[in-house]
Design a protein around this ligand. Structure first.
Ligand code: PSV
Ligand code: MN
Length: 395
């Protein structure tokens, strides 16, 4: 790697921050079972503490996404306590995630429920979540609706779309200045016939209908197999409608595997579209990068450190793409040269430059080693094991 590349990598990493999910530190599992980890967090304080350790060794995770029912079940009254935890552990609250899928009343949907009382309750919960976000100085309200149906004929798809527009507009109207509503889509699960916000096109139209501060959130695991996610990203960028990412990888469905563990080239291509957009427009894309992974087998904190490291490396690789060469080759329709321009960047070993960047910023050169040497995992394993052996809370 030459010095010009090293400088580009350093500048790119300076601009790259990634948010951790509170639920990624808690015990989770599949619908068949959970393998409990004694070190898993079960209180919001433990989640902040664990996130603080990831941030301490990586230096790029200053915020923690919160899920309202799992982290602030008592609502806005908990915000002072959350602020205290932020200050204590050096991590701010990040995106606020309403929960419109867990309560029994949402069996037949939230914003799309045929019962107006349930639709009202869902709207109220989102408004309460926005108030929490305001109290915690959080910009983004990240909305995922599990709504859908399992059997043809059992739901009126167009009617539900209209109900969604109504509720999203009402939610948007409750936003404070500078806040954003991120609309996440997912093709299936938990619904297996139709999902009300099933893909990026539906999310885009609904976000547009909601109001000017709504954007689309792309969860990389929420696509059909072989779908071209970077093309979706390129279109959303062009439409100024890309608000954020939930990062994870998958092999079959929404598997919650570590980012880049199955297809790192896909993640590189996504980052490349963002860097190319910024190169061509001279504008910074205003995107919230967030992790959305709950690990069932890997140690939770180590999985997060590994994810962040991989994200940084793939972002750095995308940063060194030779844009001038690429654009020139595309204009000449020199397909082989254009393709090789991407492949060259992807094949470049950026790890030494990333390590140098860490050292220059006073961070440990190897975050995983630093974490393993810190003794934190052994300490929390002993402490948490003694206080609650056998706890099975989801988040
Ligand atoms: C749904 O699969 C999802 O991606 C949403 O973002 C939820 O908030 C999150 O997972 C919960 O684990
Ligand atoms: Mn998600």
């Amino acid at each position: 790697m030459n010095t010009r590349h090293a400088d580009i990598v350093h500048a790119a990493l300076d601009s790259f921050r990634i948010e951790l999910p509170s639920w990624g530190f808690a015990n989770t599992g599949t619908r068949f079972g959970k393998f409990l980890q004694l070190a898993a967090a079960s209180t919001i304080e433990e989640k902040f503490s664990d996130a603080g350790h990831v941030h301490a060794v990586t230096g790029v995770c200053p915020t923690l996404a919160l899920h309202v029912l799992w982290d602030l079940p008592e609502g806005v009254v908990s915000s002072d306590e959350v602020k205290r935890l932020s200050a204590k552990y050096g991590v701010r609250s990040g995106s606020i995630n309403p929960n419109l899928f867990q309560d029994q009343q949402y069996k037949f949907g939230s914003f799309g429920n045929p019962d107006p009382i349930v639709r009202d309750a869902a709207r109220q919960h989102v408004k309460d979540s926005i108030a929490i976000a305001r109290a915690l100085d959080c910009r983004d309200i990240s909305l995922w609706c599990a709504d859908g149906s399992n059997y043809p004929g059992s739901a009126n798809i167009r009617q539900r779309r209209a109900w969604f527009i109504e509720s999203l507009q009402a939610s948007h109207a409750a936003l404070g200045a500078g806040q954003r509503l991120l609309v996440e889509y997912k093709p299936f699960e938990p619904a297996f016939y139709h999902t009300d916000i099933g893909d990026w096109g539906m999310a885009l139209l609904l976000a547009r209908a909601a109001g000017p501060a709504a954007r689309v959130l792309v969860d990389t695991g929420h696509h059909y197999l072989s779908q071209n996610i970077e093309q979706i990203v390129a279109w959303l960028l062009a439409e100024d409608m890309l608000g954020g990412f939930h990062f994870n990888d998958r092999r079959y469905a929404d598997d919650d595997l570590t980012l880049g563990s199955i297809d790192p080239y896909q993640v590189f291509r996504i980052f490349h579209e963002i860097r190319l957009f910024e190169h061509e427009t001279g504008r910074r894309a205003d995107i919230a990068y967030m992790v959305d992974q709950s690990h069932n087998l890997k140690g939770k904190i180590e999985a997060m450190i590994q994810t962040v490291t991989i994200a940084q490396e793939l972002f750095a690789k995308a940063a060194i793409v030779d844009h001038a060469a690429l654009i020139g080759a595309q204009r000449r329709s020199d397909i082989v040269r254009a393709e090789a321009t991407l492949q060259d960047a992807f094949a470049t070993d950026v790890r030494p430059a990333v390590r140098d960047w860490r050292v220059a910023r006073g961070l440990p050169p190897d975050p995983m080693e630093a974490f393993r040497e810190s003794g934190y995992l052994e300490r929390i394993t002993a402490e948490r094991a003694s206080t609650r052996a056998g706890t099975t809370s989801y988040a």
